[in-house]
Design a protein. Structure first.
Lengths: 308, 255
């Protein structure tokens, strides 16, 4: 069943879009991330113009994040205080990132910076997490119980000035590293064109030792705020949000996200960290392969404007 | 460009055929192609009749017809990936500012069998002749050949540029029909159809027509809404996301 998309100006299969929305929504609900890194390449592969793909999938991300946030809110698995600090810092970081993006584009070295940072960030992060996860599995098999955190043991950066209590996250930390993390993630997200939850989730898990279910809920809330802002800005500045495409992706996405959130509830924390590590490493490797392997078609077209 | 081509055609007519030439009558099956929600491309037919009278010079060979369809102009950047150390990056690029978004050349016989190379370039017959015309790029002639080839190749992959060398059929000796296939990805706008009549290796008559590809109904309203009320459409998309996100969490509520 084909439907014509008015802004993307092409017909697509409704069932295919529903399935894509559901699959990405599932991953998004399971890990508390946006899933744009999966959806954007899929949409571009279908032939949808990149500007429309990027703008429209923000609507789908917002929808699955709404489902995820509400589901977390009902189970009290959402640290609103921490989320608001992260959202505030994230907006400032995103603005700085957008400014840096424009400056680098003028300097003409943008793509090299993006490629190198993307590949490095995700492969290194993914490998570290995978190694940690495998060590954990290995010691569990030998019957050695390794505590993830001993009582009274805290990383030193939590003890900087401006300490605030986040009771839901069982976190008593200085605001400085938390705002720093939010700034960094917002900045990287704007420069690399990714939502940033894929970095935020492991950072909260490993650097701040926040419980897994709270990480997912809190990250969902932050993704929701970022995606809503992105939809409104993209529609206002570029007019690139295709409402029909958005509707189909949303319908698939919310149901996928619901099942993802349910699956996440029954998943063991160590297995969750293992799967997250695999996912992040796969994203990094996919990008690495894309830039290292000789392209079959070295040329590409980009249409700037159509005169009617 | 079409004015210049028309002048050239007129010059050729005056130079090549002192006796009165053929007249071409042209009609399209439709002048308006409407895009609705089930649009998956369109098929048009161009009909033509060759009119001769007592003074028309007699031709030794059969007539040939070349139909050139050009879509709305667009600005395109062609980028080329090059190796930098171990990685492949877009390094060089060329901009084309006035390129037809759609280009179809439909003829009764392969064009190189009917007219000379000089004729082809002069009357822009065939895709190679259209894209190597000086008005096609801002760069100097012969510059960026690989970018031009890549443009034609990539457009061809999406069936936006194509040649159908034997698609024009003569119903009788003077009456022909040419099918025009528009892929679903062809952009909305005005399309020019130019029909050239060839005989004895020269262009003896030319005729232009045009049709328009437009969005209708809901498709048109959505496009206008997104263009005229951008802030509003952003809030609608955001509201839709929130509503369906909330709805799903209510529908699936377990407690």
């Amino acid at each position: 069943m084909q439907i014509y998309l008015p802004i993307a100006e092409m017909p697509v299969s409704i069932l295919l879009l529903l399935a894509m929305g559901a699959a990405v929504g599932f991953v998004s609900g399971l890990f508390g991330i946006g899933g744009g890194f999966l959806m954007t390449p899929l949409l571009i592969f279908l032939g949808i113009p990149p500007a429309v793909a990027v703008a429209t999938q923000s609507a789908q991300i917002a929808a699955s994040a709404t489902t995820g946030t509400l589901s977390a809110f009902r189970r009290d698995a959402l640290d609103l205080k921490l989320a608001l600090v992260l959202v505030g810092g994230g907006f400032v970081g995103t603005s700085l990132g957008v400014w840096f993006f424009a400056a680098m584009r003028r300097a003409g070295q943008l793509e090299l910076v993006i490629v190198l940072s993307y590949v490095t960030l995700f492969t290194v992060l993914g490998s570290l997490m995978l190694a940690e996860s495998l060590r954990e599995f290995w010691s569990a098999r030998r019957g050695v119980v390794r505590l993830r955190r001993r009582a009274g043991e805290h990383p030193s950066y939590l003890g900087l000035p401006l300490r605030v209590r986040f009771p839901r996250s069982r976190l008593y930390s200085s605001l400085i590293p938390i705002v720093g993390l939010a700034l960094t993630v917002g900045f990287i997200g704007a420069v690399l064109g990714i939502g940033g939850a894929l970095i935020m989730v492991p950072a909260l898990l490993y650097l701040f030792r926040v419980p897994t279910n709270i990480v997912i809920g809190t990250s969902q809330f932050q993704v929701l705020c970022t995606a809503l802002l992105a939809v409104i800005l993209q529609a206002t500045l570029n007019g690139a949000v295709d409402i029909i495409l958005a509707l189909i992706l949303i319908l698939g996405g919310v149901f996928g996200a619901q099942f993802g959130a349910q699956a996440g509830r029954t998943l063991r924390a160590d297995l969750f960290r293992f799967l997250l590590a695999i996912l992040i490493l796969a994203v990094g490797l996919r990008f690495l392969i894309e830039v290292v392997v000789r392209p079959t078609e070295p040329f590409s077209l980009s249409i700037q404007e159509i005169r009617r | 460009m079409s004015a210049r081509a028309a002048l050239l055609a007129l010059g050729a007519l005056l130079a090549c055929s002192p006796a009165s030439a053929e007249r071409l009558v042209l009609s399209l099956s439709t002048n308006l192609v409407a895009i609705g929600s089930t649009y998956t491309g369109a098929r048009l037919v161009a009909f033509g009749v060759i009119e001769r009278d007592g003074q028309t010079a007699s031709r030794s060979g059969p007539y040939d017809v070349v139909v050139t369809v050009q879509g709305p102009r667009e600005a395109i950047t062609v980028r080329q990936k090059e190796q930098l150390g171990p990685i492949w990056l877009n390094r060089s690029q060329q901009k084309f500012v006035q390129v037809p978004s759609f280009l179809a050349v439909i003829s009764s016989r392969p064009i190189d069998e009917t007219v000379s190379d000089v004729m082809r370039r002069r009357f822009r017959l065939g895709i190679p002749a259209v894209v190597s015309a000086p008005e096609f790029t801002v760069g100097r002639a012969g510059e960026g050949e690989q970018f031009r080839d890549a443009l034609v190749r990539l457009k061809g992959r999406d069936r936006l540029y194509f040649e159908s060398p034997r698609a024009v059929t003569f119903v009788t000796g003077e009456f022909f029909r040419a099918p025009i296939l528009l892929p679903a990805t062809a952009p909305v706008g005005n399309y020019d159809v130019e029909v050239s009549l060839l005989a004895d290796g020269i262009v003896v008559a030319r005729r232009n027509a045009s049709f328009e590809l437009v969005k209708t109904g809901l498709e048109e309203q959505i496009t206008e809404f997104a263009r005229d009320r951008p802030v509003m459409s952003g809030f609608v998309a955001a509201g839709m996301a929130l509503f369906f996100g909330w709805l799903a969490s209510v529908v699936f509520r377990r407690d």
